[in-house]
Design a protein around this ligand. Structure first.
Ligand code: COA
Length: 257
């Protein structure tokens, strides 16, 4: 068990709270693994009807721990990361996310697989995969152009532009932008409690129906992204970008031109 994931259980509701604030909630293998185990267990547990994923009032997550990328590049998006994303992708019950502060990399990608996303005005979303010498992951290269069009998706995925809670809401990545972290948590909780009052199998069947169109194509895209992402982790471009982040300097890609 990792102390970096706080698990809270209430009747019907399971809350997973990322809690590694000294590293901006960067996700380690252990954290992914614990969240995957919790989700897989909750999928078959009749006492859980809704899952809430959140961080703190100032930080959702800065994404994958970059030290992990640097230390074990060949494992890529394998192992624990995939277990977590797959558990989320296959989760039958509704998932609500409450975001405040940075939601970077997989911190944004995971939201594309949640059912309700509430975001504080202080949120900052970013998918800096290309900037890191990597490529989009877990369906984002297919989902984002469909949500917002190719042009805007290119800004987010190729230029790694960050975006706000309002923009996330306008593109359908988030349900609503709220004033602050407290209002965001309150709204996410309110939605979770509303879901708890509904007929559980009607909710699950409806979620499945809504996500069915294009799902096989999405699975194929996820597979291809995973292979490319894994291969890119040991690419010199990614090595340079990750080392530059750790050394707090600008990456120098000039030698690859
Ligand atoms: N992996 C490992 N460590 C991370 C991290 C990550 N993804 N994100 C932040 N950290 C660490 C920093 O190295 C720093 O550690 P230090 O105090 O030992 O130097 C600490 O967390 C605080 O981060 P800092 O960058 O100083 O905070 P900030 O408030 O200025 O910026 C972010 C916050 C999230 C915008 C910034 O940390 C960031 O861009 N992180 C990298 C995000 C990323 O590229 N994720 C991977 C996507 S695939």
């Amino acid at each position: 068990m990792s102390e970096h994931i706080i698990v809270e259980r209430e009747p019907g509701l399971l809350t997973l709270r990322m809690n590694r604030l000294d590293k901006m909630n960067a996700l380690t293998r252990q954290m992914y693994s614990q969240m995957a185990q919790e989700l897989n267990a909750a999928n078959d547990d009749r006492s859980v009807q809704v899952v809430l994923i959140t961080g703190s009032e100032t930080c959702f997550t800065s994404g994958n721990d970059l030290m992990d990328f640097m230390n074990a590049p060949r494992e890529g998006l394998g192992g624990e990361v995939l277990q977590f994303m797959q558990a989320l992708f296959e989760f039958k019950k509704p998932v609500v996310a409450a975001v405040a502060g940075p939601a970077v990399g997989i911190g944004t990608t995971m939201l594309l697989h949640c059912d309700f996303v509430y975001a504080s005005q202080c949120s900052m979303f970013k998918m800096p995969f290309v900037k890191l010498g990597l490529c989009p992951e877990y369906g984002s290269s297919m989902i984002l152009p469909r949500l917002m069009g190719q042009a805007k998706a290119s800004e987010l995925l190729l230029l790694s532009e960050s975006f706000s809670a309002q923009q996330a809401a306008s593109w359908g990545i988030a349900n609503e932008a709220l004033a602050d972290g407290a209002a965001t948590f309150a709204k996410a909780r309110e939605t979770a409690l509303r879901l708890l009052d509904l007929a559980p199998s009607a909710v699950q069947v409806s979620k499945r129906l809504m996500r069915a169109p294009g799902r096989e194509e999405l699975r194929q895209v996820i597979k291809e992204e995973g292979e490319l992402f894994g291969a890119r982790l040991s690419h010199p471009e990614a090595m340079e970008a990750i080392a530059a982040f750790m050394q707090k300097r600008k990456p120098d890609f000039s030698k690859f031109h």
